[in-house]
Design a protein around this ligand. Sequence first.
Ligand SMILES: [Zn+2]
Ligand SMILES: [Zn+2]
Length: 906
Amino acid sequence: MPFLKENGFTRRQCEICNRYYWSQDSDRKNCGDSPCQEYTFIDNPPTKRKYELSQMRNIFLKHFEKNDHTIIKPYPVIARWRDDVYLVGASIYNFQPYVTEGRIPPPANPLVISQPCLRFTDIDKVGQTFGRHMIIFEMGGAHAFNRPEKEIYWKEDTVRFHHELLTQELGIDSEEVSYKEDFWSGGGNAGPDLEACVSGLEISTLVFMMYRYVGDKLVEMPFRTVDTGYGMERWAWLSQGSATGFHATYGNLLENTIKLANIEINNETITSYARIALRSDTQALPIEKKQIAENLGLTIEEMEKTVKDFQRICTTLDHTKALCFILSEGIVPSNMQEGYLARLLIRRTYRMLKILGIEDRFFDIVDDQIAYWSRDFQNLKFMRDEIIEELDVEQEKYKKTLDKGADLVKRISRQIKTSGENEIPQTKLVELYDSHGLVPEMVQECAAKEKVTINIPEDFFEKVAKRHLDPEKTKEDVDVNIPKEKLEKYPETTKLYYQNPYLSEFKARVLDVIDEKYVILNQTAFYSEGGGQLSDTGNLLFDGKTTKVIDVQSVGNIIQHTIEGPAPLVDIEIQGKIDWERRISLMRHHTSTHILIGAAKRVLGEHAWQSGAAKDVQSSRLDISHYKHLTRDEINKIEQLTCETITNNIPVETFWLSRDEAEKKYGYRLYQGGAVPGTKIRIVKTGDWDVEACGGTHVRSTGEIGIIKILRVERIQDGVERIIFASGPQALKKIQERDQQFSDTAQILNTPIENVKHAALTITDELDSSNKKLRRILEEVAKIEAESLLKKANAIENTKLIVIEKEKWDEEEIVMLGSKISKDDPHSISIIILIGKTVRIFVFAGKNAIKSGAHAGKLAKELSAIVEGGGGGKDYFGQGGGEQKEKIQEMKQLAPTILKKQLIKK
Ligand SMILES: [Zn+2]
Ligand SMILES: [Zn+2]
């Protein structure tokens, strides 16, 4: 490190943590990072003036601009361009993997950016560490991408730029700065790094990414990346010397929220407490607490209340800011993926606000956040109404969950007590949150009423969030039947369907046939399954023979045709014919999904993203993210818009663009169908209506679709609505089918079509009152029959047995009669045998008969055995049956004896 050496830095070992560091200060004994060194900047900032976060961001960006870096606008916080992470956790995420692997050029080189980042791993520490941890923070990144043919800069300049910003721009004494040596790894890459510390605060990490992991071995990369992370909030904090990082980051938002909560927060208390607690991640020790409280003239309880309230307000600020950013980018709270993390933040915030007694001010705080941050991030202002609406819906859902949750916790607590325990286990806590959305503090409150305790793990939310942080890798379930060594041998299959999607017949040469079943051609017009579009089917014609193509799959660059029928010889020329009716229907449906997503966005808002799609021949489906059920009105509006798009006959263009160019031109909405691989992206552009990265086949212009009809809408999970629709002739067919049903119904009802609804309502009304009448009559009949049967009953011990046979009765009538008998005479036992195709047995026992030992269920079981069947039930009612009708007489004769046995046993 010549720069450090030339400037009088020497390499030493920390006396406390034993790590190596560089410093100019010969008296320094430690690495300069906490906990080895206390924070000395509080009330005593080392900079020549104070900077707000936005001012600090500016100084940082301008400093690097002066040093030939191009300033890049921040990327979204939702990493739509990647399928391995949901959220941007560092500025380098914007450039992984394509730029860092040297596959596409960076947007500028070198570049500088201040990137909002989200990290859920420290969620439980937010607030408690007074600003050292935040879920949402800005990472200042200065990046240089070194290529073998062009070196930009490496360690020397990286450290120099950093040091000059600190000393020349901010006026920090060089002796205050130390650089700690470390080794960084992440995202499959690694390299040495320096961690810069000033006055006990680690403010930046300077990483020299130069290795790649192959297995567990480090391999040097030809592409080396300078990956620096300047913690902007920490830099602002350092310059302000404020009691906590939240003071520096949130400025008057913090004061306003404290006022809103109408609570006394004594600044002196916070400052003294934070000073001690900030030495490490842990809370102040009991002995220290006592000391601080005494100095402040407070009791420990008074002091702790102030501190806790303050920490809750800080957490609220952090979470609501994170929410604004996530929701503004179209994430809908749900139980899945990024939506889950949004929900987690909402519920935690709601809980904190409730404790502070200001849960009704949730939206005011969010409004303040939007006003505050949209000075630098204008999209927030633009999305304000959608954010508030989503929060409103989500909060209502949560309130309902809480009501249900209280009962659930009560039940669980009682179960735990009956099993002799008095604590709800932690696994149950995680489940209660994950499946029922109950935060542990709420569980604790409800459980306490039942005198059951719980132990909340310190990293509870980190544990919960971790389960949802990494996308599950969707495994490509392609049936690969070609040996790998062969695959590498073939040239890439030419995709004729991209050159001309209307090509239905073509000639090609057979490159290989595997197992008489899988054909590889030099070129093909058969679309291989992908992007939710099914593969084509059709025929291969050769030597006067025809063989069916039943499936087509891509394996890397090779397309595999699965055939059914005779196999062609290798090297001959074949003719391919695709099933055109199927293909054109798939094309219409595919373009329709693009039109529909454009319409959904216009009707529902920017948060309506595609979350899945499947294009089929008869009908297709499109899943969209939305926080409520679609109303009839919204569905109609979406249909109307698709109709306009079709009648406007908009051309559908397809073309390839380099990834960076495509993102620059069309933004991240491109990735409707998820992240797509490759350095070049295929763009499907439907005029100004919709632009997507898509590999499917499409019609030339929207007019060819003819019509889109939404057949039905389903909610497949909380936060996702499924639209099932048909296009073109298939849509017409569905409309005709419905129309036919409608006119058939009108005919049945003997009424004109316009009157069907009215006629149906009249009929159901009439049916209702007829049913009521019928029931009254049946009750009357049952009453009369019960009376007459009881008169003829067979006295057994002190019970009365009735055995009768019925035909053509239904269950309701039998139950009505049997219950009536049991009620009229509590000593009665009635056995009703229903004879149809088989024998069914119903047994009813009155209260007193049960007291005497009769058991209807057991009787039913024994009687059923006689007709060679089974049965059972409760003491007052049992049922069963069997196949052997000829045994009915035998059963009837045995019934009194069986009953007698029950009675005697007692
Ligand atoms: Zn140390
Ligand atoms: Zn598509």
